[in-house]
Write a protein that binds this ligand. Sequence first.
Ligand code: NAI
Length: 215
Amino acid sequence: MQRTSQKVSMAVIRRLPKYYRYLENLLNKEIYRISSKELSRIMGFTASQIRQDLNCFGGFGQQGYGYNVEELYKEIGKILGLVREYKSIIIGAGNLGQAIANYSDFQRKGFKLDAMFDINPKLIGLKIRDVEIFDLDNLEDYIRENNIEVGIICVPFSKAQETADRLVEGGVKGIWNFAPFDIKVPDNIVIENVHLSESLFTLSYLLNEYNNVEN
Ligand code: NAI
């Protein structure tokens, strides 16, 4: 597979994790080869959309053969950067922070959780799946001394920006933000927001639209 140097659109990049997930499911079912028609059926993308997406990276698949699932899975994993470890920390060890820490699949995919930080003295010193919760006071030093690349923000929204500022000051390269706040970071820092309520409100809209059509 040849990588192209052209800039790939964000829309394509947003679809890649979905390809990755479906291909992993196929591999778990020991399916190693799939036609473009079948892949398009299970994913809900047209075959031409899939071809176009994958052509951005030089193309995969062969006429008359379809896609080699394992090869495609590995290549998309490489494109997504899931081939190395990212040392990560969680700030805010409450309900959501602990739920993320307990979800081991992120670690299996390379996001190694090194530590958690909180301001609540009752939480400091506890461990979630062997990962210790530290006092926030030591945040910047910890990031520097341990080469932490990713900060995961799970603090209340009123503390989100100051938490991000401290993560940046410490030297993280990327932030995964769960707080419902549009954090500002310098251009050299990558930020990915997960606003669960936006997704929930979309569901609410669709439920109402569906009910209106039904009635
Ligand atoms: P929580 O109240 O259970 O946990 C927040 C934790 O942050 C607490 O342990 C608190 O001591 C700590 N904290 C407060 N200020 C801090 C600071 N400056 N530095 C470090 N730690 C600090 O709240 P929860 O439910 O875990 O939510 C956390 C964030 O995630 C919120 O912004 C919330 O809106 C967002 N969120 C939560 C969801 C959920 O399902 N729980 C879903 C989507 C978003």
